[in-house]
Design a protein around this ligand. Structure first.
Ligand SMILES: NC(=O)c1ccc[n+]([C@@H]2O[C@H](COP(=O)([O-])OP(=O)(O)OC[C@H]3O[C@@H](n4cnc5c(N)ncnc54)[C@H](OP(=O)(O)O)[C@@H]3O)[C@@H](O)[C@H]2O)c1
Length: 261
């Protein structure tokens, strides 16, 4: 499927979605950007049937604005039902979904909601390809921003992650969406993964970000004893498997480039 096709991007204004739109346009595809701010709501279905007219492929990068498990689960159930049902009525041939590395082992929070997202998507009727990604470089800033500071110290969750640039994930998703691909799905064997070049701790990358901004803050890692998945975050539950695609830039190089841009 290398020829020019009409591809809809759900969540087209998000951290990932804006790169998806850029990559698709650079490669000459006709893009239908979808988000509430663009008049298309995948949860209420407002504007969705109209947007999906003539669309061959949907890339689903829409996301609930908060990480809470209940509302995020409801979001993904509703968005999946609408994309699958209205997509099928419009003749959509495939949906490409971005998910998160490691979710099988997690029992709570946003990662549990993403398991429901994958499961509901793979029920069809439209064929689905899933790509699981590591946390984005772009996600460090909001994670750090949400953290309260006391006397110049910010307490972040002890978390290991193999951060990847959203642009890099977007390129891989567009490859999946536009090339005849034999990537496996949940029903077959493992799901493909994409991550950055090396594992980092959230505390270390937060310190890089603060240093780049000239902020004087010290970061300390903490474990939340109430989180049933706390040990998984700390012990590599979010890290990619041996078959993952690893692609740069590193977080440090990405920060450098962003500062120059
Ligand atoms: N962030 C990460 O580190 C990371 C890592 C791996 C995988 N992922 C996955 O990548 C996907 C995108 O994540 P992201 O960080 O790019 O999300 P994001 O920055 O929060 O963007 C979410 C997008 O969804 C849109 N949206 C929200 N509610 C909508 C609705 N009801 N109807 C239509 N559009 C809606 C938003 O635009 P409007 O507000 O205008 O509607 C926005 O364009 C998610 O599936 C996430 O699980 C994220």
């Amino acid at each position: 499927m290398n020829e020019r096709t009409r591809i809809a991007v759900a969540g087209a204004t998000g951290r990932l979605g804006r790169h998806l739109v850029d990559v698709l346009e650079e490669r000459g595809h006709e893009v239908v950007p979808m988000s509430r701010s663009l008049g298309v709501d995948v949860v209420t279905a407002e504007g969705l049937a109209e947007a999906l007219k003539g669309v061959e492929t949907v890339i689903d990068a829409a996301s609930h604005p908060t990480p809470d498990e209940g509302p995020a689960t409801e979001f993904f159930i509703a968005s999946t039902r609408n994309l699958q049902e209205l997509g099928a009525q419009s003749g959509v041939k495939q949906i490409v979904v971005v998910s998160i590395i490691g979710i099988d082992d997690f029992s709570a929070g946003f990662l549990a909601a993403k398991k429901v997202h994958e499961r509901e998507m793979l029920r069809g009727p439209i064929p689905v390809q899933v790509l699981r990604a590591a946390q984005f470089h772009e996600f460090v800033e909001p994670l750090v921003g949400w953290t309260p500071r006391e006397n110049g110290v910010a307490y972040l969750p002890n978390m290991r992650t193999q951060l990847v640039a959203a642009r890099t994930v977007a390129e891989a998703l567009v490859d999946l969406a536009t090339e005849a691909s034999s990537m496996p799905t949940l029903n077959g064997s493992r799901i493909p993964e994409i991550a950055g070049p090396r594992a980092e701790t959230l505390v270390d990358v937060a310190a890089l970000l603060a240093a780049r901004r000239g902020e004087s803050v010290r970061f300390e890692g903490v474990t939340n004893p109430a989180d049933p998945d706390g040990a998984l975050y700390e012990n590599g539950g979010l890290l990619p498997g041996p078959d993952a695609t690893l692609a740069g830039p590193t977080y440090a190089d990405w920060l450098e480039r962003e500062a120059r841009a």
